[in-house]
Design a protein around this ligand. Sequence first.
Ligand code: GLC
Length: 639
Amino acid sequence: MIKKFIIGNPIETDSVVKEITATPGNIPYFVSNAGEKSLRLSMTPKDKVYGLGETVRGINKRGFKYTSNCTDDHVHSEDKSSLYGAQNFFVYWGSDKKFGMYVDTPGKVSFDIGDKEINTFEIDFEDFDANIYVIEGDSVLDIVRQFRGIIGKSYIPPKWAFGFGQSRWGYMNEQDVRDVVDNYDELDMPLEAVYLDIDYMESYKDFTVNKERFPDFEGFVNEMKGRGIHLVPIIDAGVKIEEGYDVYEEGVKEGYFVKKESGDNLVAAVWPGRVHFPDFLNEKARNWFGNKYKFLLDQGIDGFWNDMNEPAIFYTEDHLKEVFEKIKDFEGQNLDVLSFFEFQGLVAGLSNNEDDYKRFYHEYKGQKVRHDKVHNIYGYNMTRAAGEAFERLCPDKKILMFSRASYIGMHRYGGVWTGDNQTWWSHLLMNIQQMPGLNMCGFLYCGADTGGFWGDTTEDLLMRWTQFSIFTPLFRNHSLKDTRNQEYYRFTNKQDFRNMLRLRYALIPYLYDQFIKAAESDDMLFKPLCFEYPEDEMAYEVEDQLFVGDSIMVAPVYKQNATGRYVYLPQDMKLVRFRSDTDYDEEVLEKGNHYVKAKLNEVLVFVREGKKLPLAEPANRTGDINENSIKYITGPHCN
Ligand code: GLC
């Protein structure tokens, strides 16, 4: 059962697609305090909270404060309250209170779940305006499914998007891309896509291609297509200010960029230096920007990633001027502890500055709205611009689309990747733990930068990460410019990597099928154990194992130098220790705790009681997988 409550004057986000009449009266479970702009609830120590999408820390969100405020911050350490997404749905699973809640507000909102006071859950609003949906149900999963039922069906990518994608910020030209494909092909390793980061563009201008680096782009796209490879270019939110650049000129002429109070277009800076930001919240601007994808679609491109759409801001022109002015005051001074830090902070504070988000306005549903009030739906609407355009421009074709910033509602138009993680073992664990929260909020097509984006990866970290990523719908190896090259063919144990990639392709029929099922029935692909075994006390303790679809559980190894791990089985299961799609050993293990060995080249999969895991004969491209080749590994008590 779902009830809607209204606080104040909420700004509509179009995230809920089902008409629900608001119930008058107080929001249940919480005590509302309009003066403090907060909702407060007392928790008992055993109560649990799940959801909130892509956030730091574990699966049970208790013990920290999470702030929905889409942020470009690449240090996802456990003290960070905000990452790129804002996904305000959670399930409260307590001894006497059991409910789900979606806090639909496009501005900043914090979920303090026992941070300030260990047994208090407080939702703090910047503006006390929100549509609140309270959902009651028989189980966490029942509540999730009901919630998903009101926000519309999740985005379904083309099947090839389940293939493996190689990416790196630093592929400069077509030869760099060709080399990647050649290397994979020479080693007979699967590969489906190569991602084009910002260097494919001309001076970082959206919807342009650098002619020196890609002299015949369409021809190159076709050459790659001929080899079964999709090229996936990046699109950034900022549009370069440059006379003669059509996107800039049209946007200015039509008034499609965000404006300052004065009515002038905001000047900010990102990769190309000075940019304007399209007003994706304005329907006309959204349609206009969406149509721009045609430039690349027409050249055979069928996948994109939308980036820097929080929006990330290096600086705004106005703020930069202020800083230059202030810096003069420090010249010739004895900079002591306070003045030195103030001086240093002036430049450091230029990027993604909260005050800058108050300097500009949107034209949203006929109203002028200051950006910070709708900050969290900016990236969502950029991806919506693309998704709506694809429906208009190529209704019969599925286009790959995923974004960095997100808000619930965007799940109908694309997936997400979890942004600029690090080459840390803890980020492999975080990747595992983020998946269920994202699925709860409707984001099924998701994954992380395998191997880690910032920093130099190591072969063992990349191997263990790959052993988890072979189960995530988006499986992409991506890294930062000037870090160690991390394409699989660069490492010592190439054959082991090849085996993992081939195993992924053997699993694709299962994964895609389970994905479609989850999308169609508003279900999750990745489930924590306790969602399926709510009566099992132990299942609530497990935060590093997940069910993937109906048939299997994965227990990734995510610790450096580990040669195995403890695993909890909520029922008898068959352990399959894969070294490749054909080389594995099987053993039925009883319900309970086990220590299970897993050498660096071995991945642990558990087939559930009464279930079967289909495995296809792998191919190097999804289109070449022979679905008739499927054989089954059966779980215990399976006929
Ligand atoms: C951002 C993206 C990253 C990309 C880089 C350059 O940091 O998150 O994936 O490589 O920009 O475009």
